[in-house]
Design a protein around this ligand. Sequence first.
Ligand SMILES: [Ca+2]
Ligand SMILES: [Ca+2]
Length: 188
Amino acid sequence: MPSTTRTGRAIVAAAGLALAATTIVASPATAATRTFDDAAGDVAHGVDVRSVKVVNDKNVRVVVRHDDLVRSFRSGASMTVYLDTDRSGPGPEYGLAGALFEGGDYGLLPTVGGGWKLSRRALPLECSYVSRIDYAADVTRIRISRGCLERPGEVRVAVRAGGEQPDGDIVRDWLDGRRVLTPWVPRG
Ligand SMILES: [Ca+2]
Ligand SMILES: [Ca+2]
């Protein structure tokens, strides 16, 4: 019967779409959201990056999941989220750098010299941004108003987390690899 055939095709097509979405995007929500996974346990420190979600919408939001964040400064945990907002300029244009222990400071800084070095001095950015740490969920949530970033279209990020082990060794965990930027995330 024709109606059965149509239904069958529709189901096959839907299954194919669902499979493709699962393969390419870990958490499909809107076109403006992408999630990127990183290896678990590649550094022996709670700051270990597990995944990074980028939301390019009303604000630019970056949600980083870690293995285990703790309040104590002894973790030495820190993170820099580099933001590439302009294809025509080399490397990322901004970096949000901060400590991931309780009471730690953070700041959004422009990059200098080809993208990976942060300016020592913050520009007087007349915009709002915030970085919040959830120690129970082991998540860092960053929200940056578009005005801070000269109202970009698409954006992409690179993430570097670091920490100090009890013996004093410093470890680093880049999302994917050193200075590796994610694919571009379109404006939603
Ligand atoms: Ca990792
Ligand atoms: Ca750039």
